[in-house]
Design a protein around this ligand. Structure first.
Ligand code: BES
Ligand code: MN
Ligand code: ZN
Length: 495
């Protein structure tokens, strides 16, 4: 989909569809001429109550404008407009637009007070890219795609052009980053293997000028990643540690490290999971996919900041040579771990990746992982579980979650929970029992992240949807991209 910007008045629009934004049920002044030109269609629709009051509601109709048949899509911003209302309006409009016939559209936005042109453009561009995504690669006869190929934005004012431009770029980068994350998540485990993820990282490196390194088993052995390797050994797929570096910031400026759990299939191992719903464990690499999607978006926007992506990736499978309950492994940090449950494998691969992250002398480290079923019990499918060993970092991430609607909720890392990880025979066990399962998993990781500012995002409940709408969500790319954008803006201001 191609986006463009102009400053034409709505009655001068030339696209097959015309999107109008309304707040409440009054005709915005910006549409008065257009309304007159099409015989009062818009004011009649509004007067008849065709447009519901809820943000994101849509009323559509046809009109003849300058002798051409145009589909009108009127979208409701609501009476009291906040960022969430703008996003709801954007997705409502995007769905209606993509369902309509025609290959071109104009979004002729009337901006009510308090709605910034860039914010609106970002939301609409993101929604159009996001809603265009389909995962039908494996269908013999996929449903036909929308023909929409060109979308123009205008507020009718020249002064808004730069803001629209910036907003469209932001929304497009976010939508495309989320779609990469969704695509990698949705791909089945027999396609999206650790080797495949490494190849995708190399491809991303080439297209977006990232330095990419893939460490293979012998290198991981040399690094002493005994914990990570213990998870991988029951699988015929070789493990990989993928390292991507985006250098948009000053030379020597400390990077933000993003560490993503990349279990391309989690069977549970010898502590085998029940069969029902086990297919969804192909999504156990959504942390890794989030790192790649976020890096793609950050690079597309040329954010002035340095970022390192670190992805430990392997399968967790049962086998004659797989981890067994009671096995004791040694992590790269030198700490020994009693593997009391082979299904608590995420922390086993992450601990070594988190130790490795210190090599980059990171400003901050954030790991993203589909870590615990217990996080779903705590927060459902609404909020990501957030943990941090630094108050300011937690506040920043919560602010980004709030701004983007990519919700997160902080849970505690209190030492009181650490005793649940006690092992009789090693430095720690890899499970802490049923109580506070998401917290004890985070407490396990905390033992490996003492030397830097660190946050952990447990995305078990938010990375994908189950049921009829089964599919990866692209979360928490919005949260992370917002966080990085804010960090980049601060850094830039200091230069
Ligand atoms: N990948 C799972 C966590 C998970 C489960 C995410 C279901 C989303 C949906 C993780 O590796 C796991 O199996 N965790 C165990 C830990 C337990 C054995 C302490 C869990 O949550 O049951
Ligand atoms: Mn598991
Ligand atoms: Zn897992």
């Amino acid at each position: 989909m191609e986006f463009s910007i102009n400053s034409l008045a709505p009655e001068k629009a030339t696209g097959d569809s015309l999107v109008l934004t309304v707040s409440g049920n009054a005709l915005p002044g910006a549409y008065a001429k257009l309304d007159a030109a099409i015989g009062g269609t818009i004011s009649s629709l509004l007067a008849a109550g065709e447009l519901a009051a809820k943000a994101g509601s849509v009323a559509s109709s046809h009109a003849t404008l300058a002798g051409r048949l145009v589909r009108l899509i009127i979208v409701q911003l609501g009476e009291s407009i906040d960022a969430a209302a703008v996003r709801q309006a954007a997705s409502g409009a995007a769905r209606a637009l993509l369902a309509a016939k025609g290959s071109s559209a104009d979004i002729a936005a009337a901006l009510p007070k308090g709605v910034a042109a860039d914010e609106l453009a970002a939301a609409f561009a993101q929604a159009l890219v996001f809603e265009s995504y389909r995962f039908d690669d494996f269908k013999s006869s996929p449903e036909p795609r929308s023909a929409l190929a060109r979308v123009n934005f205008s507020t009718g004012k020249k002064a808004d052009a730069a803001a629209l431009e910036a907003g469209v770029a932001r929304g497009q980068a976010l939508g495309q980053g989320m779609n990469l994350t969704r695509q990698l998540g949705n791909l089945p485990g027999n396609v999206c293997t650790p080797t495949f993820l490494a190849e995708e990282a190399v491809r991303l490196g080439k297209s977006h000028k990232l330095k990419v390194q893939v460490l293979d088993q012998p290198e991981l052995e040399a690094l002493g990643m005994g914990s990570f390797l213990s998870v991988a050994k029951g699988s015929v797929e070789p493990p990989k540690l993928i390292v991507l570096e985006y250098k948009g910031g000053k030379k020597g400026a400390k990077p933000i490290a993003l560490v993503g759990k990349g279990i391309t299939f989690d069977s549970g191992g010898i502590s085998l999971k029940p069969g029902e719903g086990m297919d969804e464990m192909k999504y156990d690499m959504c942390g890794a996919a989030t790192v790649l999607g976020t890096l793609q978006a950050a690079a597309a926007l040329a954010l002035p900041i340095n970022i390192v992506g670190i992805i430990p990736t392997c399968e967790n499978m049962p086998a004659g040579n797989a981890n067994k309950p009671g096995d004791i492994v040694k992590s790269m940090a030198g700490l020994t771990i009693e593997v009391l449950n082979t299904d608590a494998e995420g922390r086993l691969i992450l601990c070594d990746a988190l130790t490795y992250a210190a090599r980059f002398e990171p400003e901050t480290v954030i790991d993203i992982a589909t870590l615990t079923g217990a996080c779903i019990i705590a927060l459902g499918h609404v909020a990501t579980g957030l943990y941090a060993n630094d108050e300011a970092l937690a506040a920043e991430l919560l602010a980004s979650a709030d701004d983007t609607g990519d919700k997160a909720w902080r849970l505690p890392l209190w030492d009181d929970y650490q005793e649940q990880l006690k092992s009789n025979f090693a430095d720690m066990g890899n499970i802490g029992g049923r109580p506070a399962g998401s917290v004890t998993a985070a407490c396990f990781l905390a033992r490996f992240t003492k030397d830097y500012r660190w946050a952990h995002l447990d995305i078990a409940g938010t990375a994908w949807k189950s049921g009829a709408a089964k599919g990866a969500t692209g979360r928490p790319v919005p949260l992370l991209l917002d966080f990085l954008t804010r960090r980049a803006a601060v850094k830039k201001g200091k230069q």
